[in-house]
Ligand binder design. Structure first.
Ligand SMILES: C[S@@+](CC[C@H](N)C(=O)[O-])C[C@H]1O[C@@H](n2cnc3c(N)ncnc32)[C@H](O)[C@@H]1O
Ligand SMILES: [Zn+2]
Length: 314
């Protein structure tokens, strides 16, 4: 029996990444055999068997395997599956729901909202958010973009309702002003791109580590644990976005098994920076209370006219 057509075939906002770089915006549409996406110039992008599409042109690849590697992706999947970061998911769902209902009631336009996760990794937050919002918005479209192919494969396998693509967030091949929400969870930022892709009523939700995030774990590994610079982060956003809301998510994870502690370490960048001696020390620890200290920052895009005025100093 033929399987149902893939959700990607219904995606309406995708641009051809090859035509886009030559500045001739061209929408992708399904091929006649429904196995790929095609642009008017006949650039063709196959739907992989796991259900994602690779939209990363070779010339945008800075290495053979950009982004997180398979080991990092699987480590993150394993830890997130333990449920310790559920409070982050809950906060994200709540803020996104609130924002969509504001737009919906204001203009009656957003019954089919469009959400984009920039740097979606293995799709934990993307999938949870999609499932929660789809109850109220069955026509929701959720895009997940990540430069790491192993991550996108996992995201596509996790949830068949997601539209998952390999792409750099420096050039996301989506038509301008398509998105009601962009989320960025512990991922690199591209403020100008995000502003371009958001509808004027759209918002950007960022989850980023606060000063004390995982500090007990870090202090077991390093002598000096301060690597936090919020001012620098906000300055980077300032030309394109206004910070409209901030929620601090602060809880302590009571970790009661060495397996969970090592899973947490393995999914953080600290794993790759940690000396074998420090890792050995963690091997012996069975219990650890570790603080979650995460900021949910909600940003409103600056109107391009206001932005020009700011930039010219008027
Ligand atoms: C710390 S992980 C977060 C993943 C996911 N949001 C989560 O929290 O589970 C950062 C992600 O950003 C991706 N990434 C890094 N540079 C990128 C780029 N230029 N374009 C797209 N994704 C990128 C990595 O491959 C990785 O999956
Ligand atoms: Zn093309």
């Amino acid at each position: 029996m033929a399987s149902a057509p893939h959700v990607i075939l219904r995606a309406k906002h995708l641009l051809c990444p090859l035509c886009e770089t030559s500045n001739t915006a061209a929408l992708l549409h399904p091929s006649t055999d429904q196995r790929s996406l095609v642009c008017p110039q006949n650039h063709t992008f196959d739907i992989a068997k796991q259900g994602y599409v690779n939209l990363l042109p070779v010339q945008q690849k800075k290495s053979l395997t950009p982004g997180d590697n398979k080991e990092m992706v699987l480590a993150r999947k394993k830890f997130l599956g333990l449920g310790y970061y559920q409070p982050l998911v809950n906060a994200l769902i709540e803020s996104c729901t609130q924002h969509l209902s504001t737009i919906h009631h204001g203009s009656n336009q957003t019954a089919s909202p469009v959400i984009l996760d920039a740097g979606c990794g293995e799709g934990y937050y993307t999938g949870e958010l999609h499932n929660a919002l789809a109850i109220q918005y069955p026509d929701l479209t959720t895009y997940g973009f990540d430069i790491a192919k192993p991550a996108v494969i996992e995201a596509a396998k996790r949830n068949k309702s997601l539209n998952c693509f390999v792409s750099t967030i420096k050039a996301i091949p989506i038509a301008p002003q398509s998105c009601d929400l962009i989320i960025s969870v512990f991922s690199p930022m591209q403020p100008s791109q995000f502003q371009r892709l958001l509808k004027p009523s759209g918002n950007l939700m960022v989850l980023c580590a606060g000063k004390n995030h995982l500090h007990q774990l870090k202090s077991l590994l390093y002598d000096n644990t301060s690597d936090y610079d919020e001012d620098k982060f906000l300055a980077q956003m300032d030309s394109h976005f206004t910070l409209s809301k901030r929620i601090a998510i602060q809880q302590t994870m009571a970790m009661n098994s060495n397996h969970d502690i090592l899973s947490l370490l393995a999914m953080t960048p600290h794993f790759w920076r940690t000396s074998p001696e420090a890792k050995k020390q963690l091997d012996r620890i069975q219990q650890l209370a570790v603080d979650i200290d995460v900021q949910l920052l909600q940003f409103t895009p600056k109107h391009p006219a206001a932005q020009d005025a700011n930039n010219s100093g008027t």
